[in-house]
Design a protein around this ligand. Sequence first.
Ligand SMILES: O=C(O)CCC(=O)C(=O)O
Ligand SMILES: [Fe+2]
Length: 436
Amino acid sequence: MNNGEGWSSGGRRGPRGRSNSKETWQIVNRPKSESPVTVDRSLDESSGNRSSRGSRGRGRCRTVQVYVEKSSQVSNVGKAAQEEVKSQEDGLGSTKQPDEGAAFKCSGDNSDLLQPSASPVSRECEGRMSFGLANRMEDVSLCGQVSMSSTSDKKVEDRDSAHKSGDVGNAWNESNTRVFDICLEKKVFCLKSSILELNREKRRATKGYPGIVIRPGMVLLKNYLSINDQVMIVNKCRELGLGEGGFYQPGYGDGALLHLKMMCLGRNWDPQTSRYGDTRPHDGSVPPKIPFEFNQFVQKAIQDSQSLVATSSKKTKGEDEIPCMSPDICIANFYTSTGRLGLHKDKDESANSIQKGLPVVSFSIGDSAEFVYGDQRDYDKAEMEVLESGDVLLFGGKSRNIFHGVRSILKDTAPKVLVQETNLRPGRLNLTFRQY
Ligand SMILES: O=C(O)CCC(=O)C(=O)O
Ligand SMILES: [Fe+2]
C-alpha cells in the first residue's frame, strides 16, 4: 500500500526520508536476555576448536559457540599505517539533506511501497550459530580523554537543526561535492571517559565474541576487527578520503541527497545512474585502489564465515552458503549522527556476481548502527541487528538479494579509544566490499 511516500530511482539505494520514522518503526529489538554470549579469553586461547552451548538466539533457538585460536585471526595488519594524516580541509562541505517528508520517484527493484505499521515480527531463529572470535587490542593504550573539535561540532549541530526544521534545500549540485573529512582536525576540548567505560571497552576487546549465522548466507562476525585494525582502517580511509575521488556528498538523479557521505574504492558507483564506472562523472576523478590490507581482512572474514557455516551444518559446505569473492569494489559510507540509508538491494554488480551469490562484506567502525534487513522492502517485516564498531557482516548466497538499510546511528557508542586514537568524527564509517 502506498502511504504517500515513494522511493528513489537509485538502483542500489532505496527509500529515503520516511517521515516520523522513529515513531512508526515497529521492529522488535532483541530482548536483553538474548544478548551475545561472550567467552573467556582463557577458553579461547586453550580450546582451539571447541564448541559449547550458548544462550544467544530467540525462543526455541539453540546456539552453539565455536572458539578459534587467536593466532588464526587476522592481526595488526598495517599497524604502521596508524600515523595521523594531517589535512587543512574543513571537511564538512555542504551537508544539506532532503526534507523528511519529500516524495521520491520509484523504478525497478526500488518500486515497492512502504506499508503502514503492522504488528511486530520476530526473527527466524533456526540455524543460528555462534562462533567465538577472540579479539586483539595489543599496543593500544587506554587513556581517559577524548578530544574533539568544537568548531566542527558546531557546524554539525547547525546542519542537524536545519535538517530537523526542514528548512534546507535538497538539490544535489556541484557545491555538494566538496571533500569531507571523516576525522575532526582540532583537539579543542576534552571529554572525560569514565574508567568504567574504558574498562568495559577493554573487556569487550579482549574477550571472544560470537560469530552468528543469522540466516542462510548471512553471517555476523561480532567484534571481529581489533581496535588496532579499526584505527588503521580509519586512518587509511581518512587519507584516501581527502584525496582524489575522496568522500563527498552524493545525490540521486532526481536531485535528492543521500543521508551519508561516500567514497568509492576500486570502481566508482554512481548514484545518479546506478552504474559502476572507472571514473566519477561529476569531477572525472579516478577512485583510489582498495588497500591491500582491507582485502586481507575480507578474505579472512569469508574464510571464517565459511568455517562457521560448515560447523553449524554438517550437510552444507561453507562455500555453498558463502561463496569465495575477490573484492574489486569497496563503497565507503560515512554516516553522521543523523545519517541513514533506506531499504535497498545491492544489485548493480554484474549479473554473474549476483547470480553466484558472491557476498557483500560489510565493516562497521565508529558509532553503532541499527541495520535493518528482510526479504521485502517493508520496514514492518524487516528485522534489525545493531552493528557495532569492529563487527563484520556478510550477506551472500541465498541472502545476496536481501533488502537492507540503516535505520539510525546510535550516538556516542563508538569505542572511546578508537575516537581518541583517530579523532574520528561522531558517526559511523561503513565499508562494503563487493566483486563486480
Ligand atoms: O552502512 C551499512 O551498513 C550498509 C551500507 C549499504 O548497504 C551500502 O552501501 O550499500
Ligand atoms: Fe547496500
